[in-house]
Design a protein around this ligand. Structure first.
Ligand code: NAD
Length: 422
């Protein structure tokens, strides 16, 4: 393993990301020096984030910002607030973001950040204090030309505005281009909030065409009902797909006749999660994954589909809204079962693609229409899908390997062109 001498990076997520990389690097016959460099991040920050809680005490949270590689452009990547955030997970997510941006053809490198915390247990004041202190601690390492954060699990438009405002206060003027995923009135772009879910669904449509599957007669199950999961479910439902199950961190529901997605969304408008909803039968997150359906969308945590449950999956298409939901062993089992996998770095790339549009608009102070955003998004994702599918057929490899091959190859070639400084 390449992460020698860096035991703190050794977690299941980082092991998985590095092993995936090593397998593809071998297949691509990637330059030995480039390979050694890409197996680890450019920079990894571990930050203490002292935050005053509402009871007057101060709690020191641990935060991270990992910048994997910026050979293609400024670093880009989400900020995650979740109790399980650790250095290894953030390293893995940063590496996957490098491949994702490269695969879609965005002029960005990969980064990721996060704080180990449970945002659902923090008041608005505590969340704001923690976010502002975290931003102040990383302010010298982010910026529109340096590293541009975005929302991820547990963060949202409001958190992005606090990041932007804190950074701008330190600079002395407004710098909207320092983060993406902002509200439209604060320099955000129309269509960013929906972008990841819309992208997932656009790629499911492309896959359905390829497999001759009539989506209006098909069924889907969605794990995670936050930004990505809820938009994916709503967009699929609008295409006539029957959503037979959804879940979030509080559990889920199953109804073979289809769940009323609009009513679930209305519930979420004034509740933090699905708890308190009563539709169909209760179902656990683990049970949801094993339901018979045409499309399964994991849109929550990583490592959900493993050697333990992969053989019991009964879907035709696995569309990875979440990052890293499938282990390496599970991948092999799914391949043998003939499940068509839309791998995370392709399936959820709609988010970073529209983040790119937002960054471009902020730099130019010129804003696009929703139609332009939708059209450009579809164009870029369709091209990436075609490239991945063509390569997977030509090289007789699965879709994940093909996506990684394209992403890693571009970064590797760029590194060789730029050379080693000094
Ligand atoms: P979110 O915070 O909006 O929603 C997360 C959802 O997951 C919530 O419904 C939450 O209840 C649920 N969840 C949390 N813990 C769970 C558990 N143990 N079991 C089941 N469900 C659980 O987050 P999001 O932005 O929708 O991100 C979801 C996934 O999509 C993450 O893996 C993230 O990295 C990935 N992703 C997000 C974006 C984006 O633009 N937001 C882009 C690309 C990938």
């Amino acid at each position: 393993m390449v992460f020698t001498g860096s035991a703190e990076w050794h977690t299941p997520a980082s092991e998985m990301a590095v092993t995936q990389f090593e397998i593809v690097a071998e297949r691509l016959n990637l330059d030995r020096n480039v390979r050694a460099r890409l197996a680890r991040p450019d920079r990894a920050l571990v930050i203490s984030v002292p935050t005053r809680l509402d009871d007057g005490s101060v709690h020191v949270f641990t935060g991270y910002r990992v910048q994997h590689n910026d050979v293609l452009g400024p670093f880009k990547g989400g900020i995650r607030y979740h109790p399980d955030v650790d250095l290894g997970e953030v390293c893995a997510l940063a590496m996957w973001t490098t491949w994702k941006c490269s695969l879609v053809g965005l002029p960005f490198g990969g980064a990721k950040g996060g704080i180990a915390c449970d945002p659902t247990r923090l008041s608005r004041k505590e969340l704001q204090g923690m976010t502002r202190r975290y931003t102040a601690e990383i302010r010298n390492f982010i910026g529109p030309e340096l590293d541009v954060p975005a929302p991820d699990m547990g963060t949202n438009e409001q958190v992005m505005v606090w990041v932007m405002d804190t950074y701008s206060q330190h600079k002395g003027h407004a710098v909207p281009g320092v983060v993406t995923g902002k509200p439209v009135e604060m320099g955000g772009t129309v269509g960013r909030r929906e972008a990841t879910g819309r992208g997932v669904v656009h790629l499911i449509r492309e896959t359905a065409k390829h497999l001759n599957l009539d989506l209006s007669r098909s069924t889907a199950a969605v794990q995670g009902f936050g930004n990505v999961g809820s938009v994916t479910a709503a967009e699929l439902a609008s295409l006539g797909v029957k959503i037979i199950a959804v879940s979030d961190r509080t559990g889920g529901f199953y109804d073979e006749k289809g769940l009323p997605i609009d009513r679930l969304l209305r519930h979420l408008a004034d509740h933090p999660d699905l708890a308190g909803c009563r539709f169909g039968e209760p179902i656990s997150n683990a049970e949801l994954l094993e339901l018979k359906c045409d499309v399964l969308v994991p849109a929550a945590l990583g490592m959900q589909i493993t050697a333990e449950n992969a053989a019991r999956l009964k879907c035709r298409i696995l569309a990875e809204g979440a990052n890293g939901p499938t282990s390496l062993e599970a991948d092999e089992i799914l391949g043998q079962k003939g499940v068509f996998v839309l791998p995370d770095i392709l399936a959820n790339a709609g988010g970073v693609t529209v983040s790119y549009f937002e960054w471009v608009q902020d730099l130019q102070n010129f804003f696009w229409s929703e139609e332009q955003v939708k059209q450009q998004l579809q164009q870029m994702l369709t091209r990436a899908f075609r490239e991945v599918l063509d390569l997977s057929q030509r090289e007789k490899v699965d879709m994940r390997s093909a996506a990684l091959m394209i992403g890693i190859d571009r970064v590797g070639r760029a590194m060789l062109r730029r050379g080693l400084y000094p």
